[in-house]
Structures are given as C-alpha cells and as structure tokens.
Ligand binder design. Structure first.
Ligand code: ACO
Length: 330
C-alpha cells in the first residue's frame, strides 16, 4: 500500500473589526506607543466585540478554510479547537462550534489547551488521527479571545495581546512528498508559574476576594518567558530539522508564533536565517495565542508567499510553558 501523508486543503482566518492602537491604550494605562513598539513590535491589535465569542470567531475562520478547501461542514469528521478561552468552562468550545457550523454528530469534537502552541499541538494530533485511517477530513482551529482574560489595568500584560481565529482543513493524500512531514512537541512543566491565571480553576475556585484581587486574569513574568521562549523555539526548530536531515537554509518560510518581534528576531539570528523568511504580523495583531500561527499561515498564503513544493517551519511556545514545531512540504 502506498504511504499516505496529511495535507492542508484550505486555510482561513478571522480578525475582529475593532482595532485598538497603542496610542489609545496609552490613554488608559501608563505606557506609550514608543515603549510598546520598541519592546514588542506591536502597533495595534484586534479586540472582539462584547457579544462576539471565541466560537463566533472560530466559526468565521472555519467557514473561510472550508470554502478554500472546497468542502462543507458535512465533510468534517474531526474537529480540534486549540484555545485557552473557550466560551464556557464546560463544555468544550468544539461542541459549540460543531453545532454552529453544522458538523455531523458522528464527528469527534474536542478542545486542546496548549496555549500559544495549541495550534501546532492540534495539527500534530489531527495529522496522527488522519494517519490512523479512522478520520477523513479534519478541521483544526486556533481561536482565542484573550481580551476577556487580560487585566486591562495591568500595563505589563495588556499591551501584548489581541483576539482572533485561524483554521485549516486537513485530509489524507497519496503523495508522500507533500504535507505534514513531522512535528516536535514538548513542555517545561517546571515553569507553570511564569504565565498563569492563578484562581478560578478547580484547585482555587473564584471567590469575591480573588476576583477583587484580579486573580482571574492572566499573570506573566515577561522577562523569564522571553528567555525560555527564545531557547524553546530555537531548540525545537533545530531538533525537527535534524530529525528530518534538513538544514535551516532549506526552509522557504518560517511561520512563528507572534508574541514579540524581538523573540522572532532572536530565533532568526540563532537559526542564521534572514528575517525575510519569517512571517511577521505581530505589528497588526499582537499575540493572539492559539490563533497566531494559523492567522500568519493564511495571510502568507493569500499574499502569495507560499508556493507548491515550499518547505514551511511552524514554531511556537506558550503558557505551560509548551513549545512545538512542525515541518510542512506545501
Ligand atoms: N509601558 C511602559 N513601561 C512598561 C510597560 C508598558 N506597557 N510594561 C512594563 N514597563 C516597564 C517595567 O515596569 C520596567 O520598569 P522598571 O525598569 O522601572 O522596573 C521596564 O518597563 C522594563 O520592563 P521589562 O520587563 O524589563 O521589559 P522587557 O524588555 O523585558 O519587555 C516584555 C517586556 C515585552 C513583556 C518582554 O519581556 C516579553 O515580550 N516577554 C515575553 C512575553 C510573551 O511572549 N508572553 C506570551 C507567552 S505566550 C501565551 O501562551 C499567552
């Protein structure tokens, strides 16, 4: 039997209409456009409307990816939603999205929480499930409404994040030279405290006091995250290249998690790959968590930056701290 691979049939993304600029933020917290731009590369971010949920954004991105793939929701038998901001703590956002899209009830639907690495974790999971032969068409969505878990009074975090969604449709292919070549996933569980929401989980249910203290918002030790992020992204990129006997200069395009331009520049320097081989849109979106990599992938495709036969490297890190990379032959 010919060996099969998993290919991306279509991509799509959605960004909320509301643009929040650095200058607007500087009116509400003590910061400046200059500080945000020089420390992070971010100029503006998108913010979901109050009545716009993670699932609404995910559905819009998924519809675009399905149309791009030439498929409909009825074709999907596996839905994985990478998110840390599901509409509800219970049940999974995937079930809400399944219903809104009209994906059949025989489809497997679940959420995956690996923060900003969630899309790459989900891509590898879906690829393995399709590789098993038990699923035909997977929809993988990265969607986050971080504006709902950011403390808008805390300048060290609120300037960095935004909302959005990106999606891909996957299927098996008989062409072993195309598709997802491999993935490398990992986590530094000893660094949970670097980025977390301290209260509101089962160990520390929210109380009036914890809410008054803002402990239901994201807390981050930015400097430590920065250092570990650069190390994790560099190491996972090197690992996956080595595993597949490839050199960095054979990569056509790197699609990195968009957290901070300086992190992307550091990875570019470590890999000795010029910045023009990196997709960068952090200036317009900020850090959209699980949505960041699929939004960048879709934008790069629509801008004509990805051609058939290109070798793509996806690389990300996130709360956990999780990290992951994936190689795709387009
Ligand atoms: N405006 C103005 N000043 C600020 C701001 C702000 N928004 N935020 C912090 N400062 C101040 C600090 O208080 C500090 O002042 P001090 O020197 O008087 O103490 C000074 O600026 C420098 O702060 P640093 O933390 O040293 O700044 P740094 O250069 O490290 O940049 C940043 C901070 C942008 C947070 C950086 O460390 C970073 O990007 N870290 C990685 C964060 C990240 O990627 N998180 C996402 C993880 S992914 C996920 O799963 C969600």
């Amino acid at each position: 039997m010919a060996s099969k691979s998993t290919v991306i049939l279509g991509t799509g993304h959605y960004a909320p209409a509301r643009i929040l600029t650095n200058d607007e933020l500087a009116k509400t917290v003590e910061t400046s456009d200059e500080w945000i731009r020089t420390r992070s590369g971010i100029r503006e971010r998108r913010i979901a409307a109050p009545d716009e949920s993670t699932s609404d954004m995910a559905v819009a991105a998924a519809k675009a990816a399905l149309a791009d793939a030439g498929l409909t929701a009825a074709d999907i038998d596996l839905l994985i939603v990478a998110t840390v901001t599901p509409d509800l703590p219970l049940p999974a956002a995937a079930c809400i999205i399944q219903h809104k899209l009209g994906i059949p009830t025989h489809a497997a639907c679940f959420d995956l929480n690996a923060a900003c690495s969630g899309f790459i974790y989900s891509l590898d999971t879906a690829s393995a499930m399709i590789g098993s032969g038990r699923y035909r068409h997977a929809l993988v969505i990265g969607a986050d409404k971080l504006s709902a878990i950011v403390d808008w009074k805390e300048r060290t975090t609120c300037v960095l994040f935004g909302d959005g969604a990106g999606a891909v449709v996957l299927a098996a292919s008989d062409d072993p030279n195309r598709g997802i070549i491999g993935a490398r996933l990992g986590a530094y569980g000893d660094s949970v405290d670097l980025l977390k929401i301290p209260k509101g989980g089962s160990d520390n249910p929210a109380t009036p006091d914890s809410i008054a203290a803002g402990d239901h918002f994201m807390k981050m030790k930015g400097k430590e995250v920065f250092k570990l992020a650069v190390r994790a992204m560099d190491e996972t990129a090197r690992d996956i290249l080595e595993q597949h006997h490839l050199r960095a200069d054979q990569i056509s395009l790197v699609i990195p998690h968009q957290a901070n331009l300086r992190i992307i520049e550091a990875v570019s320097a470590y890999l000795e790959l010029p910045m023009d081989r990196f997709v960068v849109n952090v200036d317009r979106f900020g850090n959209t968590s699980a949505a960041s990599v699929p939004i960048a992938l879709d934008e790069a495709r629509k801008a004509g930056r990805i051609k058939s036969g290109d070798l793509l490297l996806l690389v990300a890190f996130g709360a956990g701290l999780t990290y992951g990379s994936a190689l795709i032959r387009w």
